[in-house]
Design a protein around this ligand. Structure first.
Ligand code: ADE
Length: 252
């Protein structure tokens, strides 16, 4: 059997800093303007990297993880804006399926379809989904969050009993900061739970390399006019901690 090597990716440094700190025997590798950290968590070989924001940055980074570091699976962790009204800030979305909402080569190809690939939707790996879902449930149950995040920070973001949602994530090269953008996406794709800027690009590359992946997103904002208020603070105080705890639970 192939040696497992798990790639862990985020878009910005604050999303993966905490995970980098979990590595033992840590080494840095600079390739293509990114730093890939190799090491171990619980004797499991890991490569951690932040890609920078957007689909191109993410696709390039995951390709390097696959080709240069021989990863056998990929976990993407980061934040997203809520699109479905059932979501609240502090909830977690696991992407069962991902779509690039800004892909359209109409009328040559159907809207959202990746030209010549005949695919619009990319599915995450069921076994990684199950492992991640259990890891997230452990974090969210029994008030565990209150042991790892300051009460004042949870209150500041109005996080009381966050929930796990599993479903469709939409990705594109736009940060949503108006209600109009949000409503457009809701009308185009009513099943979408949340919006972000990398997941479906990562999903496409993993599909093409036949690599199991999963995308885990903490809801940082409601993809509206208030989306940028406290964005960085949320990542530092809340989602960074979520990522550390979820990764620890995944790699037990
Ligand atoms: N990631 C986190 N919040 C987002 C938003 N509002 N739009 C796009 N990506 C995001």
């Amino acid at each position: 059997m192939k040696n497992r090597i798990i790639g862990i990716m985020g878009a910005i440094p604050q999303e993966i800093d905490g995970v980098v700190h979990l590595l033992s025997n840590k080494k840095e590798h600079k390739i293509g303007n990114r730093i890939y950290y190799t090491g171990e968590i619980n004797n499991q070989q890991i490569v951690v990297v932040f890609s920078r924001v957007g689909k191109v940055a993410a696709a390039t980074t995951v390709s390097t993880l696959i080709i240069k570091f021989n990863i056998t699976e990929l976990v993407f962790t980061g934040v997203a804006g809520a699109i479905h009204p059932s979501l609240k800030i502090g909830d977690i979305v696991l992407g069962r399926t991902l779509i690039q909402y800004d892909m359209s080569a109409e009328p040559l190809f159907p809207k959202f379809e990746i030209p010549l690939l005949k695919k619009s939707y990319f599915d995450s790996d069921q076994s990684l989904l199950d492992i991640s879902s259990n890891a997230i449930k452990t974090l969210l149950e029994d008030n565990y969050l209150h042991h790892v995040i300051d009460e004042s920070d949870l209150n500041k973001f109005d996080i009381h009993s966050p929930k796990l949602h599993i479903g469709l994530i939409a990705s594109g090269d736009l940060f949503f900061s108006t209600t109009k953008q949000k409503e457009n996406l809701q009308n185009m794709l009513p099943d979408v739970l949340c919006v972000e800027m990398e997941g479906a690009a990562v999903a496409q590359v993993c599909y093409e390399f036949d690599l199991p992946f999963t995308v885990i997103r903490t809801i940082s904002d409601e993809a509206d006019e208030e989306a940028t208020i406290d964005f960085t603070k949320f990542i530092e105080k809340i989602s960074n901690v979520y990522s550390i705890e979820i990764i620890k639970n995944i790699i037990k």
